[in-house]
Design a protein around this ligand. Structure first.
Ligand code: S3P
Length: 175
């Protein structure tokens, strides 16, 4: 049964899904899959290029199709989704039908600091924005997406989520 467990991380861009996901996968000895990387590999294109050349609508269709592939074909993994993945095409229901969803609920301040220190300019949603615009965009995104993230089965609040805490909560889902 443990082999069949699918853990799906959701949350805002910059909430640490990939970093936390890798640590979690390692401690469980599970495969780690990053949906953005899976999509880029499958399509042979960077997400940035897809946004620029084909637009967000096409990206969302590709994202949903990759999500379906991963959830249906691969067993026993930790999946890090893109920030928008649960919020389009009924994807949150799909995620909850297939595994244990976990929302990394990180403060906007931390997200802002990470994104501006890191590579916000490289992320299509924030491209060309200055600091004030990024702040507004983040508030806007969270207010429209929070309702999807809140449907996750487990919510981990705080800037530095603990794998131990999550594993303890997950015992309810492992039989
Ligand atoms: C997006 C987040 C990105 C990526 C794409 C769109 C979003 O992933 O999927 O640029 O809509 O929030 P991260 O959450 O890993 O940055």
């Amino acid at each position: 049964m443990r082999q069949a467990l699918k853990i799906i991380l959701v949350g805002m861009p910059g909430s640490g899904k990939s970093t936390f996901g890798k640590t979690l996968a390692k401690s469980l000895n599970f495969a780690f899959i990053d949906l953005d990387q899976y999509l880029e590999k499958r399509e042979g294109k960077e997400i940035k290029e897809i946004f620029e050349e084909q637009g967000e609508g096409v990206f969302r269709e590709l994202e949903t199709s990759c999500l379906n592939e991963v959830l249906n074909q691969i067993e026993g993994f930790v999946l890090s989704t893109g920030g928008g993945t649960p919020c389009f095409n009924g994807n949150m229901d799909l995620i909850n039908d297939h595994g244990v969803s976990v929302y990394l609920d990180v403060s906007l301040e931390t997200i802002y600091n990470r994104l501006t220190k890191d590579d916000a300019g490289q992320r299509p949603l924030f491209s060309g924005m200055d600091a004030g615009e990024i702040t507004l965009k983040l508030k806007d995104l969270l207010s429209s997406r929070g309702t999807y993230y809140d449907q996750a089965k487990i919510k981990l609040s705080g800037d530095d989520p603990s794998t131990e805490l999550l594993l303890a909560e997950m015992m309810n889902y492992i039989r």
